[in-house]
Design a protein around this ligand. Structure first.
Ligand code: ZN
Length: 383
């Protein structure tokens, strides 16, 4: 989730794997005990959740994703290629059933089911804000993937190898989530954090709705793509915050994050963001800076629509978070249909504003007047 962004630039070839065919089996609901973050005690607790979309409980296959184990890949940034050492295979979820509840029998089963559940929740949230059922089919989740990352100088990077999660598209048929090995002694593992899984899921949606429709092709790494990368990271946080109701959803998993990702912070857009987006190469540009601005701005819109005092604490309710998420989702769709040759961040806000009702627009414009002042004159709805 943190270091792997540039993998999206790969000129991806040598895809040697055949995707598992999604079999249209019947979905069933299962009550399963899993590990979850308890916000009140900020610790990991056992909790029984209902998993709704599994078609094969034992193999953890379902509409949300198919969990696969044993993958080993090398991401080579120097040669710009991905190499597979092991392609991954079906997993075995082992659980005892007592009454109507399944209790995982081993640690892997416990961890894998919480990953499936997190991705399922993300998918169902997107469906609740307008995504067609089965729009994102056959996504794979590589559990405990061995990922060896080789930098532009040919050196192996150690830091990306554990407690990390990311989304990576290989081609249109092969899009997956990569869950790296983790232990639970460092807080809530990223892969058991529903906000993190929603963040990654949003990247898959962004790809489907926007990136795959662009005419200029992202592999070229053109500088104006930096705005799209910033927006991609920003929306990933918008949906994560909307689903969890936690503006700082990453904090239980990572305490020393470089760029703030807390949507409750007051972030004003600065001229240097444009300078960076328009001048830096894809590996130098940090998309989380614009991303944090987008996330905090949409969160403040939700708060003000809810009638909460400006720039203060107080979490908007789920219905309000879904309303703004619906507008953001519709904006993504519209931007994809438009297939921009050249994209700037204001294109997104113009689209977003047009998705809000007439009653919401002045409130959203007020937030943008405060936080997006240097581009405010370009916001069509606000004038
Ligand atoms: Zn991301």
């Amino acid at each position: 989730m943190i270091k792997m962004r540039s993998s999206i630039y790969f000129l991806l070839f040598a895809s040697i794997f055949s995707s598992l065919l999604f079999i249209g089996c019947k979905e069933s609901s299962y009550d399963i005990e899993m590990l979850a973050h308890d916000p009140e005690t900020d610790s990991i607790v056992y909790k029984v959740n209902t998993v709704e979309t599994l078609t094969d409980l034992h193999r953890l296959e379902g509409r949300a994703t198919t969990v696969l184990g044993g993958l080993s890949i090398e991401l080579d940034y120097q040669l710009q290629e991905v190499r597979w050492n092991e392609v991954g295979s079906s997993v075995a979820f082992n659980a005892l059933k007592a009454g109507d509840v399944y209790y995982p029998e081993d640690y892997s089963s416990l961890a894998m089911i919480s990953v499936y559940y997190g991705i399922e929740r993300a998918m169902l949230f997107f469906e609740s804000v307008g995504m067609e059922k089965n729009r994102l089919e056959n996504l794979e989740t590589y559990y405990f993937a061995e990922v060896i990352s080789i930098d532009e100088l040919g050196q192996i990077e150690d830091e990306a190898a554990a407690n990390n999660a990311f989304y990576m598209p290989i081609d249109e048929n092969d899009r997956g989530f990569y869950i790296l090995p983790f232990t639970i002694d460092v807080g809530v593992p990223l892969s058991m954090n529903p906000g993190v899984l929603t963040h990654e899921y949003t990247h898959a949606v962004f790809q489907e709705l926007i990136l795959d429709n662009l005419t200029n092709g992202l592999a070229a790494g053109q500088v104006n793509d930096n705005y799209l990368y910033g927006l991609n990271e920003g929306l990933a946080d918008v949906f994560a915050v909307a689903l969890t109701g936690d503006p700082d959803y990453i904090r239980p998993s990572i305490s020393d994050i470089q760029v703030t990702r807390n949507a409750a912070e007051i972030i004003e857009y600065k001229a240097v963001y444009d300078m960076d987006a328009e001048s830096l190469g894809p590996l130098q540009f940090n998309p989380y800076v614009i991303g944090a601005f987008v996330s905090a701005t949409l969160y403040e819109m939700e708060r003000r629509f809810q009638g909460l005092p400006s720039n203060s604490t107080g979490i908007p309710g789920l219905a309000m978070r879904q309303e703004v998420a619906t507008a953001a989702f519709s904006s993504m769709k519209a931007l994809g249909d438009y297939g921009a040759e050249y994209f700037v961040l204001t294109d997104f806000f113009n689209q977003l504003l047009s998705q809000f009702s007439a009653a919401r627009q002045p409130v959203a414009c007020q937030v943008l007047a405060e936080r997006y002042a240097i581009h405010y004159s370009e916001l069509e709805v606000c004038h």
